[in-house]
Design a binder for this molecule. Structure first.
Ligand SMILES: NC(=O)c1ccc[n+]([C@@H]2O[C@H](COP(=O)([O-])OP(=O)(O)OC[C@H]3O[C@@H](n4cnc5c(N)ncnc54)[C@H](OP(=O)(O)O)[C@@H]3O)[C@@H](O)[C@H]2O)c1
Length: 346
């Protein structure tokens, strides 16, 4: 009989992990052996199968956001897909053997997924979509929670609204396209190439706009009679915020994932816009509302299994041992969609 709470910890006490001991280039990663900490009552122990790279992982590795980095030796990466090996005493919704996914660490106070095992707050994880591989599932959590909080919770995208998604084939943007479509909106997607145009259309975008070729005034005139979009989702941020303000309609809504810059808010005022900023790490960093992330991922898994959302995965995939190359590729700006890494053995 399988012991539903039984722990691998009775058999082993250490694990292989890939860590950084200082901030730096992708070469900073090194393999080491670490003790597996006891499973707290609210936690699950996940045998990691796959993870994916997000910009926050490369920024943490570089030392660009040192205040949110885990202590050294630091195990990076929030996104995880894997199998539950042990459950804490207070956890009731998971059992040993369950396949799960989540964004559950790799930031201050929480170990990440670049290891054989990851201890995670059970509230941050959900049962993985059945129709996806582990690698595919690991591409989804961080970007999907971000897009959900931006478009569904903050902008409250409605049926028949015109929604402009900047960065439509990027990590957050490709989920944004699909969630806005699911919410019933008419989706306009910015792209930079014909290849990305085809991808954005395949994700469900109604119209694509090559932002390098078409000035904002021109596409706002063509697609909205010069009135502007009901909702603009800006996944590029900083200087692109002004473009988002220009593209939005009077009294419209702009949602951004990046505003680490000084901005002139004149246009925001003159157009009566509402600006929302999403920072999806807050529940992990401050231990508030974590269960909401698990709930988003449960709903998302259902949408995935119904064929309404799918991950866009870059053509180059990596093993954990190739994490340096994976980070270099993600930072090169040439990846399309998510860069995923699978652990060699399960
Ligand atoms: N605040 C949060 O909670 C949160 C969560 C997730 C991500 N983020 C941040 O959001 C940003 C996007 O993350 P991501 O994972 O989606 O990154 P990503 O996968 O690199 O995607 C970025 C996208 O932006 C497009 N882009 C780049 N420059 C552009 C420009 N000038 N105009 C229009 N599009 C442009 C790129 O493709 P093309 O140029 O080819 O179209 C690409 O598709 C990052 O800065 C990340 O740190 C924040």
């Amino acid at each position: 009989m399988v012991d539903k709470k039984c722990s691998v910890l009775e058999k082993i006490s250490t694990m292989k992990a890939i860590v950084i001991e200082h901030f730096g280039t992708p070469d900073a990663f090194k393999e080491t052996d670490l003790t597996i900490l006891p499973v707290a009552p609210n936690q699950v122990l996940i045998r990691v199968a796959a993870t994916s790279v997000n910009p926050v992982d490369t920024k943490i590795r570089q030392g660009a956001v040192a205040d949110i980095a885990p202590d050294f030796p630091a195990i990076l990466h929030g996104d995880v897909a894997g199998v539950i090996e042990a459950v804490g005493d207070r956890v009731t919704n998971f059992q040993v053997g369950d396949e799960v996914y989540g964004c559950a660490g790799g930031v201050k106070g929480m170990g990440g997924a670049l290891a054989e095992y990851m201890l995670a707050d059970a509230e941050l994880v959900a049962h993985k979509p059945k129709s996806l591989t582990m690698a595919e599932a690991s591409a989804l959590p961080l970007v999907s929670i971000t897009a959900w909080e931006g478009l569904i919770d903050r902008a409250k995208v409605q049926s028949d609204q015109k929604v402009l998604i900047y960065g439509s084939t990027g990590g957050v943007g490709h989920i944004g396209v699909q969630l806005a479509k699911w919410a019933g909106a008419k989706v306009y997607a910015t792209v930079s190439t014909d290849e990305k145009k085809a991808i954005a259309l395949s994700l469900g975008a109604d119209v694509t706009i090559n932002y390098r070729q078409t000035p904002i005034e021109e596409f706002v005139a063509e697609h909205t009679d010069g009135n502007g979009f009901d909702v603009v989702f800006d996944t590029v941020g900083n200087d692109n915020l002004q473009n988002a303000f220009k593209a939005a309609k009077l009294n419209g809504t702009v949602v951004s994932t990046v505003s680490l810059s000084k901005q002139d808010l004149t246009l925001l005022h003159a157009k009566g816009l509402t600006l929302h900023l999403v920072f999806m790490l807050i529940p992990m960093l401050f231990n508030i509302d974590r269960s909401y992330h698990g709930k988003i991922l449960t709903k998302l898994a259902d949408l995935v299994d119904k064929g309404q959302v799918r991950p866009l995965i870059d053509s180059q995939s990596f093993t954990f041992a190739e994490v340096a190359a994976a980070h270099a590729h993600a930072e090169s700006g040439t990846a399309v969609g998510k860069v995923v890494l699978t652990r060699e053995t399960l």
